[in-house]
Write a protein that binds this ligand. Structure first.
Ligand code: COA
Length: 158
C-alpha cells in the first residue's frame, strides 16, 4: 500500500540525515543553512526533529533552549510535501517539548515577506512582537526586515 502523510513519523534528526536535510534546505531557503549550521545545532544538543515517511525525510524543525525560553531556529518542509499539515505537526511537537522544558515563551524570527511561514505561526498561536529592520540578507545585496514573533505558553510555572 502506498504511504500517506498520516504515515509520517517524527524522530530525532541525526547526522546521517544531513545530506537529505541540506537537499531540502537548499530548495526552501533564499539563504540556506550550511552543513556546519546543522552540525553545530546537533553538537550543541539543540532540539532537532525530523519528520520522515518510510526512509524519506520530509522536513525538520530545529530550536534552541535558552533559560526559560525556546527559540525556533529553522523549520522547513520539502516543496513537494508542503501544504499537507506537516509543518503544523512539527510546530505542535516543538511547543510540547518547550512546555516539558518549562519554557515560558517560544520566540522566532521570520522574513517580513514570508507569508506562508507567518500564517503557519499565527495559526499556532504566535503573535507579532517586534520588527528588526534589514535583518536578513537577500540576493543582489539587499536586506529584508525580520518580524519577531512570540508564543506565551500557558501553564508554565513561574
Ligand atoms: C513555512 C513552511 C514550513 C510551511 O510548511 P507546510 O508543511 O506547507 O505547512 P502546513 O501544511 O503545516 O500549513 C500550515 C499553515 O501554514 C500556512 N501555509 C502553509 N503554506 C502556505 C502557503 N504557501 N501560502 C499561504 N499559507 C500557507 C497555512 O496557514 C496553513 O494552514 P491552512 O492551510 O490550514 O490555512 C513551508 O512553506 C516551508 O518549508 N517554507 C520554506 C522554509 C521557510 O520559510 N521556513 C520558515 C522560516 S521562518
Amino acid at each position: 500500500m502506498p504511504l500517506t502523510y498520516a504515515d509520517a513519523r517524527p524522530h530525532a534528526l541525526t547526522s546521517a540525515q544531513l545530506d537529505a536535510a541540506l537537499a531540502i534546505e537548499e530548495r526552501c531557503s533564499p539563504h540556506p543553512w550550511t552543513r556546519g549550521n546543522f552540525e553545530g545545532s546537533l553538537a550543541a544538543g539543540h532540539y532537532a526533529q525530523g519528520l520522515s515517511r518510510g526512509s524519506e525525510l520530509l522536513g525538520y524543525c530545529i530550536a534552541m533552549p535558552a533559560a526559560d525560553e525556546a527559540h525556533l531556529l529553522n523549520i522547513a518542509v520539502a516543496p513537494e510535501h508542503q501544504k499537507h499539515g506537516l509543518a503544523q505537526r512539527m510546530v505542535r511537537a516543538l511547543l510540547a517539548w518547550a512546555r516539558e522544558q518549562g519554557a515560558r515563551d517560544v520566540w522566532l524570527e521570520v522574513r517580513a515577506g514570508n507569508d506562508a511561514a507567518q500564517r503557519l505561526y499565527l495559526r499556532q498561536g504566535f503573535a507579532p512582537a517586534g520588527r528588526r529592520p534589514n535583518y536578513y540578507p537577500c540576493p543582489q545585496g539587499q536586506r529584508e526586515d525580520a518580524l519577531l514573533m512570540r508564543l506565551q505558553l500557558q501553564g508554565a510555572t513561574a
